[in-house]
Design a protein around this ligand. Sequence first.
Ligand code: CO
Length: 138
Amino acid sequence: MKAGRLNHIGIAIPDIAAARATYAALYGLDKVTEIRDFPKLGVKVCFVDTGNTELELLEPLGPESPVNKFLEKNPKGGQHHLCFEVADIIAARDAMRGKGTTLLGTGEPYIGAHGVPVIFVHPKDTHGVLIELMQAPA
Ligand code: CO
């Protein structure tokens, strides 16, 4: 398994509209998608195009949101995860299991906000950084 392109950097914040406005106002990053609700994923999401990658802004949607715990520790928000593309998500899952890493949840790939299957590798396996692996979009 070899990680491919850095698809996006996930950033969790308590107020997605405010964060979206900040990236535009401070850095001119105004190529952004609409804010969309993903009830199944427990987040509101928009993507900020930075030219060579994207920022994935995440606001919790509801009390069960996986982002809530992060925001309890980081109330103002912060970098939540990195996402690398992989050619084959099933092969990546098997490779990560074979290397002894801990996958979040069941470890089975599920459809993420980009509409392709993803898995997450626990931060303890990568020096404190949560890693998302995403099937490369066709
Ligand atoms: Co992500």
